[in-house]
Design a protein around this ligand. Sequence first.
Ligand code: GCU
Length: 670
Amino acid sequence: ADDGYRLWLKYDLVADATQRAQFRAVAQYIAASGNDVVLKTAAAELQRGLQGLLGQAVPVVAAAPVGTQRGVVLTINPTANVFGSSTSRDAYHIAPQGRHLAVTGRSGAGVLYGVFALLRQLQTGQAIANLTLTSSPRIQYRLLNHWDNPNGTVERGYAGASIWKWNELPQRLDPRYTDYARANASIGLNGVAINNVNASARYLTPEYLEKVKALAGVFRPYGIRVYLSVFWAAPKVIGGLKTADPLDPQVQQWWAAKTEEIYRVIPDFGGFLVKANSEGEPGPQDYGRNHAEGANMLAAALGAHDGIVMWRAFVYKAGSDDRFKQAYEEFKPLDGKFAPKVLVQVKNGPIDFQAREPFHPLFGAMPRTPLVLEVQLTQEYLGMATHLVYLAPLFKECLNADTQTQGPGSTVARVVDGSLDQHRLSGIAGVANIGADRNWTGHPLGQANWYAFGRLAWDHTLSSAAIATEWTKMTLTREPRAVASIVDLMDRSRDIYVRYTTPLGLHHIMGQNIHYGPEPWLAQAGRPDWTAVYYHKADSAGLGFNRTATGSNALALYSAGVQQEWGDPQTCPLNYLLWFHHVGWRQPLPTGRSLWHELVTRYYTGADSVTWMQQRWASVQPAVDAALHADVAARLEIQRREALWWRDACVLYFQTYSKQPIPAPFAPPT
Ligand code: GCU
């Protein structure tokens, strides 16, 4: 039975003997010379992959032997003229060279990415004899963010406990850390922030730095650097200072010395991730300083070291008329004030990883600051590890959104990859869905979200279906009809989830604290912007948050073109309608139905679609491992029941305001 541990790196024997023979003919040895540690990893990984896929040992040699044998030659060549226009150190080029197949990288990491690309070709059943492939990442810093705590729990972690066993580190290195690094490298990720953004100061103590060093040592051969989330008040908590004011010389000195200490222990340390003055976390504003003053202090502490600061823009305070606007209001005025090593990290949407959000208005609004796009792989608001929701369509929707800030084509993707404003630095971060479950992500198909994030971080122009196809072939089956069915199921799953939970632009109506299941009636929480009624604003007239000029005017944060389209309920895409408009229950929509009728239709058809998902999944049973199939089938049954829960809770609750019957054919028989 497939326990899911191997992820997409299965390397099972290629079933077709002819194909296997073809592969064998071109890969009789692997040549790799030099001492680069990542190059060595590449050679070993290729050897491991070929051993499995071809069912035979392929030797690694220092140089291609004379003769007629054909092999794969791995070379680092920073000055080769084969990488196209990209200047990325991670670039690779694969091409036939005489009788060999050459994998050339600008660095060891480039070769490693090339090797994984080659293995992917084999795993997905494509020929390699005449393979020519040039590739380089569009985004430079491609990170997972772990929200893991020292006590082994994970903030919003839906695959159980943390994979980091702090009590065992640094003496024992769980072999799992290596497999984790392999998986990340295989999809092009090159950085890991290992601890929660709600950070403990502990990670900066000598005791923990030794543990972090041990992890960094496992990741280094895979081209992966370690980053730390820092607790702003660390100089007070572990440094014995009376203040954490970024303009205080003692505080500055403390961070500079701490940074030196870190680099002595971890010479290739990646840098700092900071959540400050958000949800109760301390920050520079506690001392009357702004985010730029805080971030720049840390950038100064990094000095000449090759590290960066990723400063999060996820901030909001009680008392605002609309939480939607707050990050923009705090950060937009600071554009141009950040030091060159600082990137500002922005969630895809303005509220918080909802099933569907309009793109965050900061994208396009801070041309002088490199912005990191932060997306969530862990399905905090998307049914956790029980609902099947493939997230590439969500990521793509944001990446493809046109901010229009510099005319048409100013997409979020171009803001983030730095091409729109010619930034030297660019970054993307995914909040990890990885935990201690044997299969890493709890839901077996959650693995696809990890995979898709890496592939899009590398190349955001890939389509979600293409990525799903790759992943399915590598992970589940290569039977063509089954692949097509699974990809179809995956690609529709996010829209289906939206329909049965938050159709038409509803948002933040989930269960309190746990963020699971429906609770649209929630009216009392710690503060108004943690309730549901704050967001849906249902009343006898209609439903939705008026963010036009007659409401909170959050719409004014977007460029004129976006405002024009979204500001008019007639032209606003239905997917965003209730994000921006309070719409009358009887208001006709472009679908020909009234708001009420459309809302009910979406809830009912959305819930019905889960039955369709179950049927689809049932149809692929012969092509998929039995245990894995049963696992997903059982989760789909939970999903079906919970889709009905969402549907009934929301429709019946909103009906108390609309005071209209449930229309045919959805009305239960009387
Ligand atoms: C959400 C989430 C928190 C998390 C926060 C963040 O609010 O519920 O658990 O800490 O996002 O991104 O900082």
